[in-house]
Design a protein around this ligand. Sequence first.
Ligand code: FES
Length: 106
Amino acid sequence: MPKVVFITHAGARHQVDAAAGESLMRAAVDNGVPGIDADCGGMCACATCHVFVEPDWVARLAAPSQQEEEMLNFTAERRETSRLACQIQIVDALDGLTVLMPEGQH
Ligand code: FES
């Protein structure tokens, strides 16, 4: 099972198991990782699952949809590495994926 790592803005590191086929958001919520509220339940409609993907991993992810791009534009801290965790599907090749939380999510 792939392991993914969430690092809070304060620097706390949370490594969790993520089942292939589930979303990165679900892996965070199911493991009690703070900072991923996922208010819309993964419908790409709230942006409370905003993360910054470690630069080495950005190109290994499927490109964001137009809907995800539009939601990211509503986030206060958007960066080039910004993604919505609910839109990232876990596959075995993402073992070791590391993301950071924006300052506003804790
Ligand atoms: S959970 Fe709402 S946009 Fe990701």
